[in-house]
Ligand binder design. Structure first.
Ligand SMILES: Nc1ncnc2c1ncn2[C@@H]1O[C@H](COP(=O)(O)OP(=O)(O)OP(=O)(O)O)[C@@H](O)[C@H]1O
Ligand SMILES: [Mg+2]
Length: 496
């Protein structure tokens, strides 16, 4: 009788257990390994794995086979419930048949395909959560002996191991799908919309510098997308799978900010009963986003400068120097050069954080993006399961006539509000009741001539109408145009 060395068995098992802990290995590979190990340890000629294709009929399909003459097995079409494996699938009980030729359940098709007579067979169900998901079967011992009790026990254990692998792989697939959904939501959250030249330039610059470690200063008015760009830079860098840690320098008093950034040792100050790592450490290998850097108190500016220069710091109350690899992105809506001139911001720190500066344009300088942004926010803020509302006639022109001091955030909020307050499917200019006359329109580069002139005409005509108390005939006189032409203009520009 051929004996398989104990060493070989242990090696095979060790290999399997290593594989099981390696997440990158595919379940098919694992199953093939287990099958081979079972085959070798018990000394069988071939083994195969069949999976239930149809839960109702329990029809089985060959999935994997290894050993002599198994090449054809994958093509066998097994009628449901037929053969020894069909019975195993139906009853959920193992069958050991040491003379299949006299077993009425034996399906001749298998030996015909394999072109060798089969003598004995051990067949086990693969069960997950009380449900048979497949069958694993072993045919003929290498030494011609029959399957004994020990063989059966060993094979049965392997069968239950294979079932576990399937279960893990199912969970993994499920997790994979969940992960995919989360990723989609994440990407949606950080989508940057806009095709205008000024925003395209900013995106190109951000993408270009993403992979370097250079510090980036994001400058721009409130609501222009600075935080969005900080995420863009991180997501396009090689650090994308490492932490993105964000802190607002304006939100915390200096002493707390210091603890947050650098962490502290146990007992560093009253109330520090445990050691705590700071945000610099938390962001190690990733990106640290210091928002509202212009609000950073002077003494913290000194401390930050030191960390940037030395790439190392100490926790509060600590003696050990901690080295970190952190990419720094900062943002402010202040004019930092002015702050430096006025003595509110350290010049040396300014130079350090200002290696790459990206200045985000205010919305009034990229009015051409309003249409795309509107479409995007309409979709983003429509309640799930409800149709997405459409922009009605004149709405885009109306929105372009406003100066948007709160920039894209203001636009987003007003779209969200309009969706809630409008019952109809179309959003009209009335759903955005801002005072156009209060909106000084700046005709900046980046809009098309038509956009700029529509914008100007909307503001100018609206103001004139206002000054005549809404009297169109008077307004036409002031403007020096025909009354009918003014009506046409009002319609075209969506002015009411
Ligand atoms: N180009 C854009 N495309 C889509 N959404 C945008 C865009 N720019 C900004 N937003 C959205 O506008 C809102 C404000 O953006 P963000 O918070 O990035 O601005 P900010 O410059 O950091 O503002 P603040 O200075 O007030 O902190 C966010 O909800 C953001 O998703
Ligand atoms: Mg912000």
């Amino acid at each position: 009788m051929k004996r398989i060395g104990k060493e070989t068995n242990i090696q095979a098992l060790r290999k399997i257990s290593n594989l099981f802990t390696t997440t990158s290995v595919e379940v098919d590979e694992l199953l093939a390994m287990v099958m081979d190990a079972a085959k070798d340890i018990v000394g069988v000629k071939n083994g195969s794995l069949l999976l239930v294709q149809d839960e109702k009929t329990l029809k089985l399909q060959f999935y994997q086979a290894s050993g002599e003459n198994t090449g054809q097995l994958k093509d066998i079409d097994l009628p449901p419930g037929v053969g020894i494996s069909g019975s195993v699938a139906k009853t959920g009980e193992a069958i050991i048949s040491n003379d299949v030729t006299t077993d009425p359940r034996w399906y001749q098709g298998v030996s015909e395909k394999m072109r060798t007579p089969v003598q004995s067979m051990a067949s086990f169900p693969l069960i997950i959560d009380n449900k048979v998901i497949g069958v694993v079967q072993f045919l003929d011992k290498v030494d011609g002996s029959t399957f004994d009790k020990t063989n059966t026990e060993v094979l049965e254990r392997f069968a239950s191991l294979m079932a576990k692998f399937f279960q893990v792989s199912q969970t993994r697939n499920l997790l994979g799908r969940e992960f995919g959904k989360l990723k989609e939501q994440y990407l949606q959250r950080y989508t940057i919309v806009g095709e205008s030249e000024p925003i395209k330039k900013c995106i190109m610059l951000a993408e270009k510098v993403a992979d370097s470690k250079a510090t980036v200063l994001l400058n721009g008015e409130s609501g222009t997308g600075k935080e969005l760009f900080a995420h863009l830079i991180h997501d396009r860098s090689q650090r994308q799978n490492n932490p993105f840690v964000s802190v607002s320098c304006g939100a915390l008093p200096a002493s707390i900010l210091e603890r947050e950034l650098f962490g502290h040792e146990k007992g560093a100050f009253t109330g520090a009963d445990t050691q705590k790592i700071g945000l610099f450490e938390a962001a190690h290998t990733g990106t640290l986003f210091l928002d509202e850097i212009g609000e950073l108190p002077m003494d913290m500016q000194v401390k930050l400068l030191r960390v940037i220069q030395e790439e190392a710091f100490m926790r509060l109350g600590g003696t050990e120097t901690i080295k970190v690899d952190v990419r720094l992105v900062t943002a402010t809506n202040r004019d930092l050069e002015k702050e430096v001139r006025e003595g509110n911001f350290r010049q040396d720190l300014y130079y350090r954080i200002n290696v790459i500066k990206i200045t985000l344009p205010p919305l009034r300088e990229k009015l051409g993006d309003i249409s795309d942004l509107l479409t995007y926010f309409l979709k983003k803020h429509s309640p799930e399961g409800q149709p997405v509302k459409k922009p009605g006639k004149g709405l885009v022109a109306h929105l372009r006539s406003y100066s948007w001091p709160g920039n894209i955030r203001e636009l987003e909020n007003s779209v969200e509000r309009a969706i809630v307050l409008t019952d109809e499917e179309e959003l009209t200019p009335e759903a955005f009741p801002f005072e156009i006359s209060q909106a000084p329109i700046e005709l900046n580069v980046g809009s098309t001539l038509k956009e700029a002139s529509d914008s100007f005409r909307t503001t100018f005509i609206s103001n004139t109408l206002k000054s005549t108390g809404g009297n169109r005939t008077k307004a036409a006189q002031v403007l020096g145009v025909q009354r009918s032409y003014l009506s046409r203009l009002l319609k075209e520009l969506g002015i009411n």
